[in-house]
Design a protein around this ligand. Sequence first.
Ligand code: RTP
Ligand code: MG
Length: 148
Amino acid sequence: MERTFIAIKPDGVQRKLVAEVIRRFETKGFTLVGLKLMQVSRELAEQHYDVHREKPFFAGLVDFIISAPLVAMVWEGEGVVASARTIIGATNPLTAAPGTIRGDLGVSIGRNLIHGSDAVETAQREIALWFKEEELVSWSPSLTDWLY
Ligand code: RTP
Ligand code: MG
């Protein structure tokens, strides 16, 4: 079953939106298989956003990610990588559609509340970067027959 890496960024934790974000993935029907609150190291933040290393916003982005606790999660379900990106909305909350997390809850591209892996291969890389194998729990909720 497909898995994706989701992080509630420090602004989401500071604004007490952890439950709101989790609710959206849970009520959609996806399954939580990994969850932890973390104070992220600079090394991990830089590795996570390695693809943006040459961008002008890289240094500020890394400083922001390590500035306060973050919630790291892995969610599972059919097509969860692309669906999570839809639930999250466009990078800039000002143009993200209403109904999306960023569209409903944010106003700044630099404080856009949440990260979601952008492709299945990216998700595999990010899950391995953020979680040890033993931190992930494989389980099937008894609801599965009613979802698929
Ligand atoms: P993320 O990786 O955090 O889920 O966000 P994303 O895929 O929607 O956007 P991406 O292009 O990967 O950018 C990563 C994060 O960098 C910040 N950013 N700032 N012009 C800017 O100031 C700018 N562009 C991007 C955003 O916080 C974005 O989430
Ligand atoms: Mg991205």
